[in-house]
Design a protein. Structure first.
Length: 76
């Protein structure tokens, strides 16, 4: 897996880069589960705190699939 350079916003959540995409997603899910940020009515939706909103373009709630697309913008 190729290591990517991470944006400052993404590093605030997952830690210092560079990191492989799979590792970034794993750490994101750890952060989401630790903060209990899954929508209780629909576990596929993530309720973002301030740090995640910075990654998600200001959105307060995103789907799992939308999350991976939005996170890609913070990896180069």
């Amino acid at each position: 897996m190729k290591p990517y350079t991470l944006s400052a916003e993404l590093q605030a959540v997952v830690g210092k880069g560079p990191m492989a995409r799979g590792q970034v997603v794993k750490k994101l899910w750890e952060y989401i589960k630790k903060g209990n940020m899954q929508n209780p009515k629909n576990k596929r939706n993530i309720l973002a705190d301030e740090k995640l909103q910075a990654i998600f373009g200001g959105k307060k709630e995103v789907t799992m699939f939308e999350m991976t697309k939005l996170v890609s913008k913070h990896m180069s």
